[in-house]
Design a protein around this ligand. Structure first.
Ligand code: ADE
Length: 298
């Protein structure tokens, strides 16, 4: 069994699901039991893995922490994920950036199931029932710039590897969509949208929709951590009136392919980061010291 403690700083946090714990280039060195924080326990144990390199790389030390957003048995629905504990644990491990994976529905014809998307904007359509700040209960008011909720430097870094995506079941290539207005809608769920809501989200400028980016992105920002989500399309949501009925086989095929592509992409990202730590992880992407505090005077 692996050790249950790890005392060195971690470089990168990866929030995702199953299939991402084992990357070829990494060796697990510890499994931390769910970490207790002032905001509760993390949604899963945290697997710590170190870069082992290959013949083309120098053996720089590079450490990754994996956390499973919905728990290892998928026990946390989106509304009940302990987001504050997860991001606080990531901060405590001294991670320099957060890479997050999420399944999404597509609100645009050109974003096909199995395509990946790097959103740069988001619209919060959750219902205000998730704890979205660390500053609620502590008598401090923290004001956080959130005009650009994702890390463009991180997205640029990821986008270099867009050609790694494959689609062995089809002649259609899998694409990676990325520009500065690419917008993810975050809804509360757990029910999916009605057709009318889905069309409204298109009108609002949404490109994709999920249930997880809020409050993860807000909390990462409060912790001054560069954050980028890699969204993996599984469906066309409900806006296509004459949509062919979706089959279970099709969805499982998309999920399996997305998992393989997520693994290949994460492997590439980790290898390149280990070779050459990107600037935004060294300098904190301009976020260090960005939070302005004031003491509540009530
Ligand atoms: N996650 C995957 N597909 C989704 C959809 N259509 N709506 C919300 N979240 C999703």
């Amino acid at each position: 069994a692996l050790p249950t403690t790890f005392d060195e700083a971690v470089d990168l946090a990866i929030i995702g699901g199953t299939g991402l714990y084992q990357l070829d280039c990494l060796k697990p060195v510890a499994v931390l039991p769910p970490i207790q924080t002032p905001w509760g326990a993390t949604s899963s144990p945290i697997t710590i893995a170190v870069f082992i390199g290959d013949s083309n790389t120098t053996n720089n030390k590079f450490v990754v922490a994996f956390i499973s957003r919905h728990g290892i048995n998928h026990e946390f629905p989106p509304t009940h994920v302990p987001f504050r504990a997860n991001i606080a644990a990531i901060k405590k491990l001294q991670c320099k950036a957060v890479l997050s994976f999420s399944a999404v529905g597509s609100l645009q014809e050109h974003i096909k199931p199995r395509d990946f998307v790097l959103p740069q904007q988001l619209i919060d359509r959750t219902k205000g029932i998730r704890n979205s700040s660390y500053f609620n209960e502590i008598g401090l008011v923290g004001h956080v710039g959130f005009g650009n909720p994702f890390s463009t430097k991180f997205a640029d870094f990821i986008y270099q590897f867009k050609d790694i995506l494959t689609n062995p079941d089809s002649d259609e290539p899998c694409l990676m969509h990325y520009d500065q207005d690419t917008t993810v809608i975050c809804m509360e769920g757990p029910q999916f949208s009605t057709r009318a809501e889905s069309k409204m989200y298109k009108m609002l400028g949404g490109d994709i929709i999920n249930m997880s980016v809020i409050p993860e992105a807000k909390l990462a920002r409060e912790c001054e951590l560069p954050y980028q989500m890699i969204c993996m399309s599984t469906d066309y949501d409900a806006w296509r009136d004459h949509e062919d009925s979706v089959t279970v086989d099709a969805v499982f095929g998309h999920l399996a392919n997305n998992g393989r592509n997520a693994n290949a992409l994460a492997t590439k990202i980790v290898k390149e980061m280990a070779k050459n730590l990107p600037e935004f992880m060294i300098n904190g992407d301009g976020l260090k010291g960005s939070i302005k505090m004031s003491v509540a005077t009530k």
